[in-house]
Design a protein around this ligand. Structure first.
Ligand SMILES: [Mg+2]
Length: 273
């Protein structure tokens, strides 16, 4: 047993989580020293040590553990989060993540003319955004201009009024990138926290890791979209994110190489088309 001051890792089998219509799950304690894990064979929850709550009772994002180092938490219906947890905030970048924009058009006609830019939506972008809106709270943070964001957001999102925020370059922090001897518009999540969001429940989707050096644990890095009409990054990302919305602290989940852990997103593509 962990001391009352320790945080204890609790690991549940995927089968247990799959039984989301049952009234309870039984979770088994894992190795306290285990490093970050990918959401593959097991789901990882962070729970307080014993003495901080009644065994088996979910409170907030935490789970009390009983004397024999096992825990039971109440299940939530399919599509909902674990009881008591906020929806994860998904902060989405625009350029090279959801769209590609350039002053020189590609060989094909753009999806949108936004002078001086020809804008191409990433394949499956609208379907992806509709899909993740079910489980996640959405927000946009681009290092482009506010006018650019205002023009593009209504094209991408069915209901922009539901976004937690739409931030642009003005919210970024100019920061020296010593590795590349350049300046970058960093997106510091401390500002998201000050906006009232819990960083344990915040994920940033961006193709530019250099803008997230201070919040690397929150970053899901996507391959940059440069106009390839066969790009399938977003269906894969949708499939991977489905496993994340029950995670109390997204920062403990290994995100590097996330795409290797995603099965074929054919079901998402079939359902969305
Ligand atoms: Mg970008």
């Amino acid at each position: 047993m962990a001391s009352s001051h320790e945080q204890q890792e609790v690991v549940a089998t995927r089968e247990a989580f799959a039984r989301t219509r049952c009234t309870a799950w039984r979770l088994h304690c894992g190795d306290l020293r285990r490093p970050r894990q990918s959401l593959g064979e097991r789901q990882v929850l962070r729970a307080p040590a014993s003495g901080e709550g009644e065994p088996g009772r979910v409170f907030g994002a935490r789970i009390a553990i009983d004397g024999d180092a096992r825990a039971v938490c109440r299940a939530s219906p399919v599509g909902a989060n674990v009881a008591g947890m906020q929806r994860i905030l998904l902060v989405l970048d625009l350029d090279e993540t959801l769209v590609f924009a350039d002053e020189r058009p590609l060989a094909r006609a753009p999806d949108l003319d936004l002078p001086p830019y020809a804008v191409y939506l990433r394949p499956w972008a609208r379907e992806f955004l509709r899909h993740v809106a079910v489980h996640f709270e959405l927000a946009v943070w681009t290092s482009s201009s506010a006018a650019y964001a205002r023009a593009l957001v209504p094209v991408l999102f069915d209901d922009p009024s539901r976004l937690a925020f739409v931030w642009s370059r003005e919210r970024c922090t100019l920061q020296r990138d010593l590795a590349n001897d350049t300046w970058v518009h960093a997106k510091r999540l401390a500002k998201v926290k000050r906006h009232g969001h819990d960083l344990r429940r915040t994920v940033v989707v961006d193709d530019s890791p250099e803008k997230h050096l201070r919040n690397y644990g929150n970053l899901v890095r996507v391959a940059p979209f440069l106009g390839d009409p066969a790009d399938d990054e977003l269906p894969h990302l949708a499939a991977w994110l489905e496993r994340l919305h029950i995670e109390p602290d997204v920062r403990v989940v290994e995100k590097r190489g996330w795409r290797r852990h995603v099965p074929s997103p054919v079901s998402f593509m079939h359902a969305a088309s």
